[in-house]
Design a protein around this ligand. Sequence first.
Ligand code: ADP
Length: 734
Amino acid sequence: MPVNRILFVFFWMICLGQPVLAKTELPSEDEILKTTNVALKYLKESDFEKSLIVSRVALQQALMAKNNNLIAVSYNIIATNYNEFSEFDKAIFYYKKALSFANKTTNNVLKNRINNNLGNVYCFEKKLYKKGIEYYIKSLEYSKKEKDTALVYLINLNITWAYFDIDEFKLAQPYFDYIKEHHKERSNESTIVVFNMLNGMYYSHIKDNAKAHSYFIEAIRRGITGAEKSDLLYSYIEYSMFLDKIGDHKNAYKYIIKHNEINEKIYNEEKLKKAERAGFNLELDEYKRQIGKIEIEKRLQDQSLKKSRIIVLLFILTSCIFLILIVTLYKNVIFKKKSNAKLLFANEELIKAKEQAEEASVLKTQFISTISHELRTPLYGVVGITNMLLEEHKELARSQHLSSLKFSARYLLSLVNDILQINKIEENKIVLESWTFNMSDEINMIKNSLSFLSQKNNNQITVIIDPDIPEYLIGDKLRFSQVLMNLVSNALKFTKNGEVNIIANLVEVIGKANFIEFQIKDTGMGIAVIDQDKIFEKFVQVGRNEEDYQGTGLGLTIVKRLLGLFGSTISLESNIGKGTIFTFTIVFEHDLEKTKSIINEIQVDLTCNQMFKVLVVEDNLINQIVTKKIIEKNNYSCTVVDDGYAALEILDIEDFDVVLMDINMPMMNGFETTRKIRLKGIKTPIVALTAFDKDEITDEAISAGINDIIIKPFESVKLFKIINCLIVETKNVG
Ligand code: ADP
């Protein structure tokens, strides 16, 4: 091996001592360095076996410590060991490994040395010059970077030699120029022989034989005095080739002989060395295998590390997701709690508002019922006294004032009644009742009761009843009559010199259900199409004419609501001047069995010419007069007392056939008085005569012992019908 092709290994620290053995814990950088230095020391001493063993330990430690720098250094030492055995392929293998780790570092010195070593092996051992020169050029770059002038010189020398060997003198020129320029200050014992030999080769090439001759002679002279004989060997060969070229065959042969002598000497020494080395070449293979194993283990370790890293990463990731999930859930719960609290609060507010609304509604109902009661009582007086005046003073019958008074009183009364009715419907207090009634009688009764109105406007009322409609039907005849009464009276009011038809048709029968369609038809003024929806609203009156008519504007509202209770709707067909048709259908039950038994029970003879004694308990003086007048007019005897106590006293001493009891009295009301009367064992029928609404007092009246209720103002016919009925009933029982 040429001495100037120096194989570089590192000497960080010369450390003598025992090789460091593999440890289980991670070694420090200092420890690895120490181990490397020990391996290096053995290499220098040509104790390759020990050098390889220690460098293996160093490699293992460097791998464990993941120190790329030291891994590269260890590989470099191993490769150099192989190079020393002339195991060039293995040397190349480990140098390349060393280079791959060195390239991961910023250590340019290390990269430089390994590249140079590879250049040496490729050029001068494997004779692959081009490849070798590539490594040299790399090495030269690093040397320049590191400003290592000695090395720059040496590498230029090697590149020149390599190019000369393959006769590439032109390519060698820049490198050759460099060594010529710097050889004085950089040349040393080991490079001077080669420098002279290269000059000899160059001048031989350019055929400057004299110069070539003197350079070769100088190279040989230096080679003979120097220690390293291999360069002398090359000088002999090159000189011999030169002499041969210039035709001096004799001297050429002489120098070949000299070359052979020295070569043989060196060869023998090499052979000896090789023999020594051969002994552990086998071990070297094992060693190589172990290194391979170490690497595989390391790779496996790395892989498992990677895997565990992935696992840790995944774990962290899932933990993060869980954390986010938990945070979201927590936030959700908090949000829900907050919205729940808000909802609870809103709920409480709503409950409060509802309670307040209910309270207000109860108050409204109470208010309306009180007001209407308070209004009805005096109205009863006004209407009654007006009637009395008209009867007692016939001359006043034509008085405009009196008829206005009567009209106003009646109007007020109907307004109060209507308001009360609507209020009751709105409060859902009305429940339809079931009576058996004669449809035809009912309609004719309405017709008759409105005859005054029909005469006033010169109208003709005609009733057309489908003969298929059963004679007796079951249903709420009172509410039905109310509907009909409102519609017919409207028809009569808004028609002049015309016709009003009340038509009833049986449209369908399903089982006991009879679907009867009613039409109230008039030939009057009609209703404009745009007003047709409005007229069903409260207090709406269209084209009102003060002189002709004063309605309350509640009639159709009541009709619509009452029909709603029947599950029916009302439709309207009309236009200005074209008359009006109101149509609705009500389902009435028809049950022959039920009807028969009821009809049989009605057969009571109410005709009675007896003089009955009536006790009126009433605190209102005007009403006392009105009621007394009505009773006496019917030829009954009437005793009036002011309050409940007086009633009790008189009942103790006198018998009466019937008691008419006012309910709303000071000190002791009608219920209380009745209870006391009944406690005394007095069974005289008691009729509550009150301005209260019937539904409101029925329960209490019955429980107090009252037999029937009549609402003021009343039709006297109705009063006497009830009185007679009760008296007959009591007498029959008695
Ligand atoms: P009112 O007490 O004024 O009669 P209603 O609710 O019964 O109140 O009627 C509302 C309005 O509808 C009346 O003022 C009238 O203008 C109109 N109307 C009702 N029935 C008829 C009809 N048969 N012909 C013409 N107009 C009518």
